[in-house]
Write a protein that binds this ligand. Structure first.
Ligand code: 13P
Length: 199
């Protein structure tokens, strides 16, 4: 199996896993990886249910928007493209609407670092990027501004972006962004969470 075919299969498997884990709901969210040496982004198609998505449905495209295969890419392909343009180290992007982290995004709040995992996996707190209309390049341009040194960020009134050198790293970061948000919200119900300024 070619490297591209393996990655398309991995995108389908991780997307379904994310759907079952509640990181994706309905057809929301999208996932991509970037073959930087070939300028090819592999990205989930728009508005397709994760239970039926197949490797052949994953769209191949260039960062300038040129679509190389059948199908319509995620409506957020510009978000993914701007992040790849903004950081040479990022080769996978995972956009979710995971509920606890997205609650912070709706409040336009950063997620404070209260768990040690925030430092191990996320670079500390998770910053919230400035609001931009979904589908526009600005969503990615504003995200790229706050991402340096971070494993992910929030998109105001929209959701979460987790990044990584590969799909596995982006995935685990998306899990920890949701987990740190959930535990903060729970801790706030019974007391005042202590923010870890450093490890
Ligand atoms: P797509 O189905 O076009 O990827 O859009 C889902 C989404 O989450 C938009 O923010």
């Amino acid at each position: 199996m070619s490297r591209k075919d393996k990655l398309k299969k991995e995108i389908c498997e991780k997307s379904l896993q994310a759907f079952k884990a509640g990181l994706f709901a309905g057809t929301s969210g999208n996932m991509s990886c970037y073959l930087r040496d070939k300028d090819i982004m592999l990205i989930t198609p728009t508005s397709m249910r994760y239970e039926i998505m197949q490797p052949k449905d994953i769209v191949e495209m260039k960062l300038d928007g040129t679509v190389l295969t059948e199908g319509k890419p995620s409506s957020e392909w510009r978000l993914h493209a701007e992040i790849y343009k903004g950081s040479e180290d990022v080769n996978a992007v995972f956009h979710t609407h995971s509920p606890h982290a997205t609650a912070f995004a709706v409040n336009r709040m950063d997620i404070p670092a209260t768990l040690i995992e925030a430092y191990f996996f996320l670079g500390g707190s998770v910053p919230c990027a400035e609001y931009a209309t979904p589908g526009t390049p600005e969503v990615g341009i504003y995200a790229a501004k706050v991402l340096p040194g971070k494993g992910g960020c929030l998109l105001a009134n929209h959701g979460v972006v987790a990044v990584g050198s590969d799909l596995s790293q982006a995935y685990i970061r998306a899990e920890y962004i949701e987990d740190t948000a959930k535990i903060y919200i729970e801790a706030k119900r019974i007391g005042e969470p202590v923010v870890l300024e450093k490890l």
